[in-house]
Ligand binder design. Structure first.
Ligand code: 13P
Length: 255
């Protein structure tokens, strides 16, 4: 038995209300009936409208970031409860754009993971090395460090709620995805981390997604790899046909 695929579209700072409704209405009938999860990670202004448009369909809606605090005087932030109140079921945490442009550090990312888990929101932890780190042979060290700091404190049950996305910074938005072989090698390291910390059961069921220039052309070879369970898709998730293709190719290749 293999793990069901998980494909998440990360819309980043794009899309408006009408486009959201149209996208979700069009996407739903395009999806193949094969088993697998399909999710959209939308700007917070669209959480409610997206979850209403997705009601009754298999599409799950989530956020792109979540506060590490429960509530209070944190101008501009949104909490786990607010995301859920708007119909969100998960949140990306530690995306490289948050790490780079908003200086999120490992401690903050750990607090966000904790808060999400306490509140019953699925954390999608993003990890990945920069071009420089890759070139100096530090990929494995950087990833294990990011994983340990963000997740190392979880118990087996808490860890079973987590989705992990490997997004090499050098592949994001460049049009050059990692080769399937490179991505598989890193996914194997990530699954090895999960196995060592929480055992075989968690290692088997934790979805590990690849992100970075995923397109209808690159997905097929990536998803064939044994430890690649799905994708976190940026640019190509803004076009409904391309996104549906990525979801369907993933499902059909893995099934
Ligand atoms: P692209 O698919 O546009 O490279 O973005 C990847 C990403 O950052 C998804 O979170």
């Amino acid at each position: 038995m293999s793990r069901p695929t998980v494909v998440i579209g990360n819309w980043k700072m794009n899309m408006k209300i009408k486009e959201t409704i149209d996208f979700i209405t069009e996407l739903s009938p395009m999806l193949s009936k094969t088993q697998g999860k399909v999710c959209l990670s939308v700007p917070s202004t669209l959480l409610k409208v997206a979850s209403e448009a997705a009601r009754g369909s298999e599409i799950e809606i989530g956020a792109q970031d979540v506060s590490q605090y429960e509530s209070g005087a944190y101008t501009g932030e949104i909490s786990t409860t607010m995301i859920q109140d708007s119909g969100g079921e998960f949140s990306l945490i530690g995306h490289s754009e948050r790490r780079m442009y908003y200086h999120e550090d490992d401690e903050m990312i750990k607090e966000k993971v904790t808060r999400a888990i306490l509140g019953g929101l699925v954390p999608v932890l993003c990890v990945g090395e920069t071009q420089e780190q890759k070139e100096s042979g530090q990929t494995e060290k950087v990833l294990l460090d990011q994983l340990e700091k963000a997740l190392g404190f979880l118990n087996e049950n808490e860890a079973s709620a987590v989705i992990i996305a490997y997004e090499p910074v050098w592949a994001i938005g460049t049009g050059h995805a990692a080769t399937p072989e490179i991505a598989q090698e890193v996914h194997g390291v990530i699954r090895g981390f999960v196995r060592k910390k929480w055992g075989e059961k968690n290692a088997f069921r934790t979805p590990i997604l690849y992100g970075g220039s995923v397109s209808p052309d690159t997905i097929k070879e990536l998803i064939k790899m044994p430890d690649i369970d799905g994708a976190l898709v940026g640019g190509a998730s803004l076009k409904v046909e391309a996104f549906a293709k990525i979801v369907n190719i993933s499902r059909e290749t893995k099934s």
